[in-house]
Design a protein around this ligand. Structure first.
Ligand code: ADP
Ligand code: MG
Length: 252
């Protein structure tokens, strides 16, 4: 089981990137479980044609101990499985706690043993890397971490925080920071800016994703680009990303 976390600032394109990655890996014959770790709970929406799947937190609230795996792990596009951790009511409780509760529930129900995914992708909000938001990089959840960033300062700031968090856990044998995915915003000098930042973080850009209107067209159909526009340039880029990610995690 290959366990990957995709981090990044809110709105940078984590869920878009992760769900296209899931779809591409599924098309390549792998069983993929995507776990949304963002209180927005919209990580997997384009894998389930916009259907809001029940969040783990909501199901825990509603069903308590009677919760079943099929209440929280839902089938999506191809051979994908979708989970949304969910979040607390705004103003009450802590978003990170929701992720912890969701992870505990998935383990208690033996989700990984039951479904035996080839790849698990955690899609994690990375604006603050504390508590539950740090869970995927601690305690053996994810082995590999990628960060989605653009050349914008705030997204690089978040990337740098994630890199520092991993380094501080590093000696205890937790997840490995595998590199940046540059999700282009087309700001001036973007590649140079991100290359420089990568150097400072002692990492690499594993792939540059272009900004593309095909993402919005697919989104309009509530699908990934891989599903809606399989012959498009952007679908090819996402398939290439999937290939790169697999090469990197396999040490190539
Ligand atoms: P996050 O999960 O990081 O909060 P999303 O994946 O929801 O961010 O992306 C926010 C919006 O950015 C999406 O609705 C999508 O329309 C847009 N987007 C993401 N990546 C691209 C891209 N490469 N090209 C064009 N639009 C993109
Ligand atoms: Mg998201």
């Amino acid at each position: 089981m290959i366990k990957i976390a995709v981090y990044g600032k809110g709105g940078i394109g984590k869920s878009t990137t992760t769900s296209n990655l899931s779809a591409a890996l599924s098309d390549a014959g792998l069983k993929v479980m995507q776990i949304g770790c963002d209180p927005k709970a919209d990580s997997t929406k384009n894998l389930v044609i916009g259907n809001q799947i029940p969040t783990v937190l909501d199901q825990i609230k509603e069903k308590g101990r009677n919760i079943k795996l099929e209440d929280i792990v839902l089938p999506g596009y191809g051979n994908t499985l979708c989970v949304e951790a969910g979040g607390p009511t705004p103003g009450i409780g802590c978003a990170g706690r929701g992720i912890i509760a969701a992870f505990e529930e998935l383990e208690r129900l033996h989700a990984y043993e039951e479904f035996k995914p080839d790849v698990v992708l955690y899609d994690v909000l990375g604006d603050v890397v504390c508590g539950g938001f740090a869970m995927p990089i601690r305690g053996g959840y994810a082995d590999h971490v990628f960060v989605v960033t653009s050349g914008e300062m705030m997204s690089l700031y978040a990337a740098s925080n994630i890199s520092s968090a991993i380094k501080s856990f590093g000696s205890r044998g937790y997840a490995k920071f595998e590199g940046l995915i540059l999700n282009s915003r087309n700001i001036e000098n973007e590649l140079n800016i991100v290359q420089k930042a990568a150097l400072e973080m002692e990492t690499n850009i594993i792939k540059v994703m272009p900004r593309s209107g095909e993402v919005q067209i697919a989104e309009g159909e509530k699908k990934t680009v891989i599903e809606a526009l399989p012959d498009s340039v952007m679908a090819m880029e996402y398939r290439d990303l999937a290939k790169r990610v697999m090469e990197v995690v396999n040490g190539k």
